[in-house]
Design a protein around this ligand. Sequence first.
Ligand code: GLP
Length: 240
Amino acid sequence: MKVIYTKDYNEISEVCTDLIIEQLQEKSDSILGLATGSSPIKVYQNLIKAYEDKQISFKDVKTYNLDEYIGIDKQNENSYFYFMHDQLFNHIDIDHCNVNFPETNIDHQLACDNYNEKLFNNKVDLQLLGIGTNGHIGFNEPGTSFESTTHVIELDIQTRLDNQSFFNSLEEVPTHAITMGIKNILDAKKIIIIASGLKKAPTIKRLLEGERSEEFPASILFDHDEVYLIIDEEAASLLD
Ligand code: GLP
């Protein structure tokens, strides 16, 4: 794992954007694994700017999002489908047929099987990740098997509390989601994980100084050959 220390959220976003631009310039038909949450918002803004400045095109790019809430339909502004269109896809030249999410409005096992099959046939070139305060990646909560593929997950109470700010109340935060599994994530050729702010400091300390364990899902990233962890001063503030 290559750790890149930056000053703040803006610098994390710049460094991360540059890596994605480099990927798209090297391979215009790249397959990107994308994340939601507050961490990648600025990266998506920067990518829109790079597209407008004609540095990159998404014409031949395919995307696979990590996860989607169960019980919220696509048009709801809290769905990850809505979030990604609002933050990125509606502002770039991507072919909307090339945008992929786990489907949550069909039989869940079928949805997981479909997504695994798609991911098996379309190896992600670059996977972007955030990290939950409990070490989750995608929605792979503590205790998820390192061998897991796309599956239904019951969200941790900590995750629901962390994501409550996007909703009106805790009751509105879904209890379940469909997420790519750890194995799907590790299949990506290159992985970028970003973390910013004091709230992530204990998480980053545990990631870099703790043990590899299914109780801390992000610890699996040390098994991968090409991972870039980009953090800012606040997120790094508890490191020895
Ligand atoms: C969410 C998402 C993750 C994301 C994480 C961190 O629950 N499912 O993919 O990385 O939590 O979110 P944030 O970037 O808002 O801290």
